[in-house]
Write a protein that binds this ligand. Sequence first.
Ligand SMILES: Cc1cc2nc3c(=O)[nH]c(=O)nc-3n(C[C@H](O)[C@H](O)[C@H](O)COP(=O)(O)OP(=O)(O)OC[C@H]3O[C@@H](n4cnc5c(N)ncnc54)[C@H](O)[C@@H]3O)c2cc1C
Length: 282
Amino acid sequence: MKSILFIFAKRYIAGTDRRDAIEAAERLNSSGILAAIDHLGENIKTKEEAKETVAEYLSLLEEIKASGVNAAVSLKLTHLGLDISQDLSVENAAVIIERAHHYNNTVWFDMESSAYTQRTIDAYIRLRPRFPNIGIAIQSYLKRSEADVKLLISKGASVRLVKGAYKEPPGIAFKDKKDVDENFERLMKMMLASGNMTAIATHDERLINEAKMFAKEKKIPRASFEFEMLLGIKRSLQKSLADEGYQVRTYIPYGKDWLPYTMRRLKERKENIYFVVRNIFD
Ligand SMILES: Cc1cc2nc3c(=O)[nH]c(=O)nc-3n(C[C@H](O)[C@H](O)[C@H](O)COP(=O)(O)OP(=O)(O)OC[C@H]3O[C@@H](n4cnc5c(N)ncnc54)[C@H](O)[C@@H]3O)c2cc1C
């Protein structure tokens, strides 16, 4: 089963090695697309594993610098020890962010399940006064996100708006796709109007067109927002937006711990489940 899932995973991940991610970023850069590289991993249990994550990110930043690729990095706080302690994950994140800052690079905080939302926002707010080079993902399926976006705007935060990829209970999350999409649009417009850096991270063409129209109507400079998509999804749309002169960034995951990320990609689209099932019986 894992080998069939790996066939599927290959569409969405650059490979298991840092070099694979750098090469993917080089290919994207050559067609005018920026990158955000993520070292796969989450929910680590020991301080030693957290240390290894920090070391990998520092090597990644060195290699981004040495290769000259235009790539930010993306990380998860549970990959840096959030399940062990908040302070540990913040200290570890600070080491990575400091190095990124030294190289004039940016670090994006992914947003994990709702069990971590508050702690991720708290960590971001703690670090933001020291480091202007950080951004945070906010999920439009969470009912709390409007208040979070308002707070983050007041802190000058860069926000990467996503719909959300975890299974959440109905009390705290919109269950109807229409509500998730409407909230995305509302939050996207709030962010764009604020002038804070906004990453519109979706493959939803209706929302992308809405963003383009809104930005044009409100004369929002193109430098203050970008479109972001995942590796392996809507490649031609990524290229055509870049050709139109928009800033476009592709999220490039790599690493050996590819299964949880792959499962999230699998579950969000029924055609993907058919693909895996077809391969099992092939
Ligand atoms: C840059 C980036 C960073 C992200 N970071 C986070 C994060 O930190 N936390 C988090 O919870 N989520 C994150 N996500 C995932 C996000 O929450 C959604 O699960 C994912 O983007 C799919 O939703 P959508 O916005 O594309 O809209 P949808 O309405 O789900 O999809 C729109 C269209 O995109 C295509 N599509 C969507 N998903 C797939 C797929 N798996 N395979 C093939 N085609 C597909 C389909 O054509 C679909 O009709 C991130 C997404 C991006 C682009």
